[in-house]
Ligand binder design. Structure first.
Ligand code: NAD
Length: 364
């Protein structure tokens, strides 16, 4: 039996910072966990941990053929396609160390009886904080202001001409699950004009009232009312390319868009074009349609008409050191439960044996 873990390379940072658990070097505390598990379970597996994930010669593709458990993270996704699943004859369990399992072909996993679990809730506060920060940095025109300071320049009007208050703006979230709801909670003290959400699952009445949020059922109607839109739904067939050129036409002119959910939910070229035309005033987030993003990815440098409006960073909002502690311990529990035959925590099961258990990956 083999456990295969595809994690991101930590380099010098991981050597000097042992709390970087999501790295190949520190292995989601895998070694420590495996030692413990080896003592407990005599038939305990051989394990491989690697960052190498692309192409037929990668460790991912070489070892997936006999792995029984696959551990991946959304930050350096090992893309488990239908073709790879067909080759993975022993695969029984995929564990996402973090939240968001779209890098796995979930429909094919269902067909092959492969379970997919993630550590639900482990980094939702981390992401919600990043969303609020990103909204503020776009609305207040922070990035060009800081760049000006680094350049040694000082021209207040060049920044102030595109700086606004969040107070009095309409902010809406696409997806009001764990992260979307936490964003709404955190925005409440900013005295926005209104908080809106678009989600096929309405919030429980008391939860909606607690954040004073109004549900809008039609997506075009929703985006046309928002000054700021934040994307907080999973990537699945129903959300792939959801924010595209057609939907962007219905955005208010000068709106700001924050996407920390998944890159492929927003069409990168349509977003870049909307920034260049001035229809969008800003785009920020940490997720990319391919990760790592190629050096020439359009969203690394896309700018609004004033040369600002880009708040893109690498995928790290959900991998703060605090979040890593939580998802490492959740990963260990999931593997222990699997090996000991104990029931998994229901909220962690995205795909159970032969069926979706989560309602968040599309209306089925
Ligand atoms: P969640 O399951 O608690 O909530 C997701 C919500 O999205 C649900 O309420 C669901 O009904 C809704 N939804 C699904 N499809 C929708 C659609 N077509 N339109 C509108 N709403 C829809 O998940 P969560 O913990 O809030 O995480 C959401 C997503 O955020 C994850 O799936 C992941 O892709 C992303 N995420 C990113 C990071 C990061 O580091 N950037 C970290 C964690 C999660």
């Amino acid at each position: 039996m083999r456990i295969l873990a595809i994690l991101y390379k930590g380099g010098n940072a991981a050597t000097s910072e042992p709390r970087l658990l999501g790295t190949v070097e520190n292995q989601v505390r895998l070694i420590e966990n495996l030692d413990y598990l080896k003592q407990t379970y005599s038939s305990f597996p051989y394990s491989s941990v690697s960052e190498s994930k692309e192409g037929p010669d990668s460790d991912f593709q070489k070892h997936i053929v006999d792995a029984e458990i696959l551990i991946t993270t959304p930050f350096h996704p090992g893309y488990l396609t239908g073709d790879l699943i067909a080759k993975a004859k022993n695969l029984k369990l995929c564990v996402t160390a973090g939240v968001g399992s779209d890098h796995i072909d979930l429909n094919t996993a269902v067909k092959h009886g492969i379970q997919v679990l993630e550590v639900s809730g482990s980094n939702v506060v981390s992401v919600a904080e990043h969303v609020v920060m990103s909204i503020l940095l776009l609305v207040r025109n922070f990035v060009p202001a800081h760049e000006m300071i680094e350049r040694g320049d000082w021209m207040v009007s060049d920044i102030a001409r595109n700086a606004f208050d969040l107070e009095g703006k309409v902010v809406g979230t696409i997806g009001a699950g764990r992260i979307g709801y936490r964003v709404l909670q955190r925005l409440l003290p900013f005295d926005c004009k209104e908080l809106l959400y678009y989600d096929y699952a309405p919030l429980p009445e008391a939860a909606g009232k607690a954040v004073n949020a109004r549900r809008v059922e039609d997506l075009k109607d929703f985006v046309s009312q928002c000054d700021v839109i934040t994307v907080n739904c999973p990537l699945h067939e129903g959300t792939l390319g959801l924010v595209n050129a057609e939907l962007l036409k219905h955005f208010k002119k000068g709106a700001w868009l924050v996407n920390t959910a998944r890159g492929a939910i927003c069409d990168k070229d349509a977003v870049a074009a909307a920034l260049a035309s001035g229809h969008l005033n800003g785009y920020a987030g940490d997720v990319w349609n391919v990760q790592p993003a190629p050096k020439d990815h359009v969203l690394r440098t896309a700018k609004n008409t004033l040369g600002g409006g880009n708040g893109m960073v690498p995928h790290y909002s959900g991998t703060t050191l605090d979040a890593q502690t939580r998802y490492a311990s959740g990963t260990k529990s999931i593997i222990e439960n699997y090996l000991s035959g104990k029931a998994q925590e229901p909220q962690n099961i995205i795909v159970g044996v032969g069926k979706y258990e989560s309602k968040a990956y599309g209306q089925r």
